[in-house]
Design a protein around this ligand. Structure first.
Ligand code: ADP
Ligand code: MG
Length: 614
């Protein structure tokens, strides 16, 4: 039976006493409260009960065998557990683990970045390093480093071909066994951690990099603020595994006659022959180290899980501490901010920037001049020329694969064109002009210009899930040097404009698709772009959410910003567009006002396309 409420109308009212009856339902208000007196018998889980009993028995057997057998020598264990040599061995183990983990991880980050870099030489060198140090067993590596003095008597650091010497020392003096151990463990740990970090970086959705680039965030900021924090979720479990391995792996330093925890214990039991109790001393200390590390891991993982799911993540004490520290720093900063705010207000020419988007602005004039672009043998843009006047609203139509996205991405320089030029208000995309010479721009300058000129909204929103809604909006303005207070005030205003004033502190994943896309539009607007590009902004949305996004774009269409919109919403196109451009096979087949292109298309292909989508 699919609808039990009709069979047992009384159940509808359980827990809702006094609920007025609906017509068509039996409304016996007396039946509801009656259930409150029923006795509830919990379901029986026989297998679970049997398992629990078995577990208790097993625990009893283990405890009895461990505590009841005098050969475990718990008296000796207690005697040695806090003994001075054991503690100093433990300290050495901890120091070596700490150094190896710290320097290893510090070295691993640039290694991993080099490994995914576009420079083949850099990537190759990083690969070779990782290949080498993952292959060599740590014990062999330590011995090699310890015997380096045999190969090179002195180590000299200075400027070649000059007399400048920074360091010139005998190798055996410089590389003590402790140094060799720390260095060896660092190199080994770096090789493994680099792979964990690379795995984390690869796990970050490509759209995140794309969105960060579209916002013009500088390269280092993209890595530090967008990629690594999200990669951390994938990195942490493996990284902690490696650190735990390292803590135990430090025991190989016995080969250099260094008394770490394990070696100390061995020395002692060779003297007093109490092998088992002393091994237990080492074991219990290793257990304690592992427990502490695991506890730390839980807290760090919880910190980086922010925004990863729709559930509110409980704030860990560590995260609370971090937040407190940030607030203290922010308070310290805010004193100087008032002065900077005033200075910023003076430097920005139009006095009313704080009202931001609310103001009418002058949009950019975009010119596309004989642009072509191929992917391999596929010509995706074929000698396209169009002009988008300042403040105009253009809708680009065309079948999937006709090159619409590629055209938008070229305007934003996310895609490099093979031939032809694109300019915004006379500034060529990707080049700087001096007289009749064009200088190719560096990535840094491209990003900076993007930040100043062009905003982009993607089909898949690409909000940064680990940043709150407000932080998504202020990220790019902060990168352009807008003071935080001002950026936040403007961001709140933008959120109010897209109807999401109350969502400033939410995580993106807690929002509906339509809300996420409205945040994405607000984020693009935070840069006050001259040109705003929309690549199928409503295609990923459920039908009932489409309009809330289109409404926001409708408002924008009267703000002066130049809008270029790829969409399949023909009704919307007819309503807001000044110009409709119809593309096919990388060419502009037809363009003109909606009335003519949609109402009375000149080209057969346009008619055919419209007949499919209308
Ligand atoms: P549209 O947005 O109109 O659907 P696109 O501009 O995304 O079309 O793509 C146009 C054509 O270029 C498609 O055939 C697509 O497969 C191809 N294409 C797009 N990007 C790439 C790429 N990075 N590498 C290879 N082919 C691509
Ligand atoms: Mg597309």
């Amino acid at each position: 039976m699919s609808d039990t409420t009709h069979q047992f109308p009384g159940t509808v009212h359980v827990g809702r006493p006094g609920h007025p009856g609906h017509p068509g339902h039996l409304t016996d208000d007396t039946a509801g409260p009656e259930y409150a007196h029923y006795r509830i018998v919990p379901a029986k889980h026989h297998a679970r009960t049997a398992g629990t009993v078995l577990a208790i028995v097993l625990i009893g057997i283990v405890l009895n065998s461990v505590l009841g057998n005098p050969r475990w020598g718990w008296g000796v264990f207690v005697e040695w557990f806090f003994a001075a040599p054991v503690l100093s061995g433990l300290a050495r183990t901890l120091v070596l683990t700490g150094l190896g983990a710290l320097f290893g991880f510090a070295l691993a980050v640039p290694l991993a970045l080099a490994r995914v870099s576009r420079s083949p030489l850099l990537a190759g060198c990083a690969w070779a390093f990782i290949w080498l140090f993952r292959s060599i067993p740590p014990i062999v590596l330590l011995l090699l480093l310890n015997n380096l003095g045999y190969l090179y008597e002195t180590i000299w650091i200075g400027v070649p071909f000059t007399h400048i010497t920074l360091l010139n020392q005998s190798t055996t003096d410089l590389i003590s066994p402790f140094f060799a151990a720390a260095l060896g463990l660092t190199l080994n740990h770096a090789a493994f951690s680099a792979e964990a970090i690379r795995g984390g970086i690869l796990s970050v959705d490509h759209g995140q990099r794309e969105a960060a680039a579209a916002l013009g965030l500088p390269g280092t900021r993209q890595v530090r603020r967008i990629v690594l924090p999200q990669a951390m979720r994938a990195i942490l479990p493996t990284a902690f595994n490696d650190v735990i391995g390292l803590a135990k792996g430090t025991s190989v330093v016995y080969i250099l006659a260094m008394p770490d925890l394990f070696y100390t214990v061995q020395i002692i039991y060779h003297r007093n022959l109490e092998v088992i109790p002393l091994l237990m001393v080492a074991t219990v200390w290793y257990l304690i180290i592992l427990t502490v590390l695991s506890a730390i891991q839980v807290h760090i993982e919880r910190y980086y899980a922010r925004g990863a799911t729709r559930e509110q993540v409980a704030v860990s004490p560590l995260a609370a501490l971090f937040k407190h520290w940030r607030n203290v720093r922010a308070a310290a900063r805010s004193e100087s901010t008032a002065a900077r705010l005033a200075a910023h207000a003076r430097t920005t020419s139009d006095a009313g920037t704080t009202t931001g988007w609310a103001q009418r602005r002058v949009g950019g004039k975009v010119g596309i001049h004989n642009v072509s672009k191929s992917f391999g043998t596929l010509k995706v843009l074929d000698n396209i020329s169009i002009a988008f006047p300042s403040g105009s609203v253009t809708v680009i139509l065309g079948q999937s694969g006709s090159g619409k996205s590629t055209l938008l991405r070229s305007i934003n320089h996310l895609e490099r064109v093979d031939d032809g030029f694109i300019d915004i208000d006379g500034d060529l995309i990707g080049y700087r002009r001096e007289g009749r010479t064009l200088y190719e721009l560096k990535e840094k300058d491209i990003l900076q210009r993007r930040r100043a000129d062009v905003g982009m909204v993607f089909q898949s929103f690409n909000l940064f899930p680990h940043l709150s809604v407000l932080d998504n909006l202020v990220e790019a303005p902060l990168a352009s040097g807008v003071p935080r207070e001002q950026a936040q005030a403007e961001a709140r205003e933008l959120l109010a404009r897209v109807g999401l004033a109350d969502k400033a502190d939410a995580w993106p994943r807690q929002l509906s698709g339509g809300q996420q896309q409205r945040v994405a539009i607000a984020r693009a607007l935070a840069l006050k772009p001259k040109v705003l590009l929309f690549d199928e902004p409503t295609s990923a949305l459920d039908p009932e959410l489409v309009n809330e996004v289109l409404d926001v774009i409708r408002q924008l269409a009267r703000s002066g910003t130049t809008l270029i919109i790829v969409t399949h919403e023909i009704g919307f196109a007819r309503e807001v567009a000044d110009t409709i451009v119809f593309m096919e096979g990388g060419r502009v087949v037809e363009s003109g006002p909606p009335a003519s292109v949609l109402g009375d298309p000149a080209q057969a292909r346009t008619r055919e396309f419209l007949s499919k989508v209308l």
